[in-house]
Write a protein that binds this ligand. Structure first.
Ligand code: HEM
Length: 523
């Protein structure tokens, strides 16, 4: 912890003297106090896991080797709950068998757990706990997916052209950065609709906000808790985050006002407000239905946060897997050629891409961005089936079981057909889709707070991959920047600098779609 504090202090070198003085005083004085305070918060009935054999204390184990800490804990404590020391305090690790009994427990909060890890309450960090958004996704976005599919194809057509272009010679690209740009375009199309969604200023704000929030929260989790209320004011990422938030407010507010005026005028003229087709419109609709005030800036930023980071990781990782397993490329292309070539884009045709669906699910299994799921805060006493008592305030996580040979045959093998075969078994057609939830595949979480955006995510990812495969050839780069991964806490993510070689090819069937949707306007 001392090393982390000193590293942090080094970042204050350009700050005024008085700021540095305060920071140093705050860093040195309470360190011992913090250790005491931290240890008092431990869950006393559960063993603490640390990779002592690797010379790491509990917190270092979590930060540097999260996935290994969890695996080793499961082995060492033979399926009994144990605790780990995260940057924001201890969390229980509950073995996977508890997922079923906890999935619909009402005394669990997802927002509460995330609020603590993402410092909701500090200026600029706010949106992640807005409870209206899951409802909005369930009641407005998912039912409109048939119509949204056209928008996403339209946006992918334009965005791919802008980002990857027509170069038919092999050239190197920063693949994660390019996918991030593409996903930001798609998420922005959902949030703001045409034409605002293509505004460069908004695209920059929403992308930067997502990147800076994850970076700030990650930095702050490494800072001793007593220092955080001061340090967050000076961390470069948090400073940028507050600026992004203000920029978002400046950008969004006039657009919201404009929409409200239009809706009011329509009502005054005795007309119905037009049907809505983006997040601003749906938020307006939901607020009116519920007679509730909504924060549009928070809502749009939350959609960006939930969707941009996750879908970027999913698409980049899928593309890297195709490059690493070239034998799957042609079967995936053939499926798109056959289905889109004969029936065009629609929610139904995307559903028919069963190999793509299975491949994406297998990719989540083999390259999970997170080793755990079901991050929850206990709000009332819960007694587990093994007799353990979880008191209010307890936080827990449940590890994934993707490498368990009793659940997945040959778990080390990357088998894009794995879930396709499972779906062919009687009665199993809907159990193993990309978006299906189960405790043995928790890539979209599990239970009451499982990802409501997964239907949108799966649609957008399939469209993006179809374009990337039919319009481009991909091979590994020969340069220094081999993709590789970054491990932090329990996350294993594609490195932001990952590179691939790409060249334009001629797609076998027409994919493109131009122009806004007909008969479904913005308010
Ligand atoms: C590949 C893409 C995505 C992945 C892997 C993913 C994964 C997850 C996971 C693991 C959770 C936590 C679930 C739990 O703990 O049980 C979650 C929650 C959530 N996701 Fe996603 N997500 C993705 C895309 C999206 C998109 C596109 C949206 C929005 C359109 C979205 C909106 C949300 C929201 C609002 C929650 C919080 C749910 C709640 O509080 O009840 N996600 N997601």
């Amino acid at each position: 912890m001392q090393a982390a504090s000193l590293q942090l202090l080094a970042r204050f070198k350009d700050a005024p003297d008085w700021v540095t003085g305060i920071a140093i005083a705050l860093a040195i004085v309470p360190l011992s106090l913090l250790y005491l305070r931290g240890s008092m918060r431990l869950y006393k009935d559960f063993p603490m896991m640390a990779l002592v054999e690797d010379g790491l204390d509990p917190k270092e184990s979590w930060f540097q080797k999260g996935p290994k800490t969890i695996q080793e804990g499961l082995r060492r404590y033979r399926g009994r709950p144990f605790q780990v020391m995260t940057g924001t305090g201890p969390k229980l690790v509950l073995p996977h068998r508890f997922a079923e009994e906890l999935k619909t427990n009402e005394n669990l909060s997802h927002n509460g757990a995330f609020a603590k890890d993402f410092f909701v309450g500090y200026p600029g960090f706010g949106p992640i706990a807005d409870s209206l958004i899951p409802e909005l996704i369930r009641t407005k976005i998912t039912p409109a997916l048939g119509l949204i599919t056209d928008d996403l194809v339209d946006e992918t057509t334009a965005a791919i052209q802008d980002i990857l272009g027509e170069n038919t010679e092999w050239h190197e690209v920063s693949i994660k950065q390019d996918v991030l740009k593409l996903v930001t375009r798609l998420s922005s199309r959902l949030s703001l609709g045409l034409p605002k969604c293509r505004d460069d200023r908004w695209l920059e704000i929403t992308k930067d906000y997502t990147v800076h929030l994850f970076a700030s929260a990650r930095e702050l989790r490494q800072v001793p808790s007593l220092l955080r209320p001061f340090v967050h004011w000076f961390l470069p990422e948090s400073t940028r985050l507050r600026r992004d938030y203000q920029d978002a407010q400046t950008f969004i507010t006039p657009e919201v006002e404009l929409r409200k005026v239009r809706a009011r005028k329509a009502l005054e003229a005795g007309e119905k407000a037009s049907k809505t087709a983006d997040v601003i419109g749906w938020m307006y609709e939901l607020a009116t239905e519920k007679g509730q005030k909504v924060n549009y800036v928070d809502g749009l930023l939350e959609i960006g946060l939930a969707s941009i980071h996750t879908s970027t990781e999913a698409i980049t990782s899928a593309l890297l897997s195709i490059v690493a397993h070239p034998e799957i490329l042609q079967p995936l292309r053939d499926e798109v050629i056959s289905i889109i070539g004969s029936e065009g884009w629609s929610r139904q045709t995307l559903y028919k891409m069963r190999l793509m669906d299975s491949f994406l699910k297998e990719n989540q299994r083999c390259h999970p961005p997170n080793a755990i799921s079901m991050n929850r805060l206990v709000t009332k006493d819960i007694k587990l089936s093994d007799g353990s008592l979880l008191k209010p305030g307890t936080r827990f996580i449940i590890p994934n079981v993707y490498t368990d040979p009793e659940i997945y045959a040959n778990p080390e093998e990357f088998d894009p057909y794995r879930f396709l075969r499972k779906r062919e078994k009687p009665g199993q057609t809907n159990s193993w889709q990309h978006v299906s939830l189960s405790s043995s595949h928790m890539a979209f979480g599990y239970g009451n707070h499982a990802c409501p955006g997964r239907f949108f995510a799966s649609t957008e990812i399939k469209i993006a991959i179809a374009y990337l495969l039919l319009k481009y050839d991909w091979i590994p780069t020969t340069g220094d920047e081999q993709p590789g991964t970054l491990v932090f806490e329990t996350n294993t993510l594609v490195r932001p600098t990952a590179k691939l070689m790409v060249k334009r090819r001629k797609e076998e069937v027409a994919l493109d779609c131009y122009g806004a949707r007909q008969g479904f306007e913005h308010i």
